[in-house]
Write a protein that binds this ligand. Structure first.
Ligand SMILES: Cc1ncc(COP(=O)(O)O)c(C=O)c1O
Length: 369
């Protein structure tokens, strides 16, 4: 089949659906599919639909605009905005029936007052900072925050949650400490005679490796995409990565010995060399870091010279036809370049690799059921 694009991402939605089904079976807990940042670069709407088919009960996003995009696409599952929204955004969030995270006493008050002024009720999840040091009320202020929430009839407390900072490490002590700290808040709530809302704490790594963290809901991102939470918290057998990054070879020519390649001529051909051009660069999320490798004809080819904004060059064993398929992330024949391998090359994690893939790279969906 003729390829429409010079570079594109192939997203296998059956992998997302199967991974979600596997996670539901493993955790036996309702699952929130975390589709923030355009579904970790995979496409939020498409991932959300596949996750729903696989059994997801909730959707999680970071921003109001992401929630509204899902509603506009017809997704009806409950949505929680895991990040903050501005007070001005409360009206649109409530109108779209989207739940808000309350990360502080101040925002409980501000959201409560705004919802009351609008004559609406906002669904909220109070966030406890049990050790992440990011958004959330610290445990010894949790009761104050809960009382503030109770004072506002325009706020409906639907959930109480926390986020784990180190669940992807082999040392379980920091996660146990966070869970214990969260539990003290839950106990305090009970002692106050307040009704217990839905409790949630687990990201992918915790959902897989800390059964006690599953509580009433697991919030799963990276594992759903078939990517490992970390080297210390790998996925069990059977998960499949959904994303493959492909391109077509755009040019191929033999250069004489000592010829410079790309800006700065940092690479000089060592003899007569066949140099191919791949039509993607750092504006597509392919970093300038070195070394970089791609797959062509089922074998690895080294990227030579600096990666440009829209192109990069590879050294080839022989001249190849234009349009020859190149794989940047994924499988070609028996060779695989995983997002984890790319992350290691770029001194980052797989989350940053996939969320950094450029918006201009078309996403092509396969495996829709
Ligand atoms: C609050 C919250 N919950 C859950 C997740 C999902 O994490 P993961 O992709 O590690 O499963 C995230 C993502 O960063 C998050 O911010």
């Amino acid at each position: 089949m003729e390829n429409r694009f010079v570079t594109w991402l192939e997203i296998d939605l059956s992998a997302i659906e199967d991974n979600v089904r596997r996670l539901c079976a493993l955790t036996r807990t309702p699952l929130m599919a975390v589709v923030k940042a355009n579904g970790y670069g995979h496409g939020a709407r498409q991932v959300a639909r596949a996750a729903a088919s696989g059994g997801a009960a909730w959707l999680g996003v970071a921003r109001l605009a992401e929630a509204l995009e899902l509603r506009a696409a017809g997704l009806r599952l409950p949505i929680l905005i895991l990040g903050v929204v501005s007070v001005a955004e409360v009206e649109a969030a409530v109108a779209a029936d989207v739940a808000l995270t309350v990360p502080s006493v101040e925002l409980a008050r501000a959201y409560g007052q705004r919802a009351a002024a609008l004559g609406v009720q906002a669904r909220i999840h109070l966030k406890i900072d049990s050790g992440m040091g990011r958004l959330g009320v610290v445990p010894n202020e949790a009761l104050t925050a809960l009382r503030e929430v109770q004072r506002h009839t325009a706020l409906r407390l639907e959930g109480l949650f926390t986020h784990l900072a180190r669940a992807d490490e082999s040392d379980s002590a920091p996660t146990h400490a966070q869970l214990a700290s969260f539990q003290t808040v839950v106990d305090g709530l009970r002692e106050e005679g307040l009704p217990l809302p839905m409790l949630h704490a687990a990201n992918s790594a915790a959902a897989l490796n800390f059964p006690e963290a599953r509580l009433g809901l697991v919030r799963v991102g990276i594992a759903m995409y078939g990517l490992h939470p970390s080297a210390e918290a790998p996925l069990p057998e059977g998960f499949r990565p959904a994303l493959t990054w492909k391109a077509q070879l755009a040019s191929c020519k033999e250069l004489p010995a000592g010829h410079g390649v790309s800006y700065g001529h940092e690479y000089l051909t060592r003899g007569p060399e066949v140099v191919g051009v791949i039509p993607l660069g750092y504006a597509d999320g392919f970093r300038r870091a070195r070394p970089n490798t791609v797959l062509i004809q089922g074998a690895r080819a080294a990227v030579v010279g600096r990666v440009c904004m829209d192109q990069c060059m590879v050294r080839l064993p022989a001249a190849l036809p234009l349009g020859t398929e190149v794989v940047l992330i994924g499988r070609q024949g028996s060779e695989v370049i995983s997002a984890e391998e790319v992350a290691e090359r770029w001194a980052t994690n797989n989350y940053e690799v996939v969320t950094g893939l450029g918006a201009r790279v078309p996403r092509v969906y396969t495996g829709e059921r």
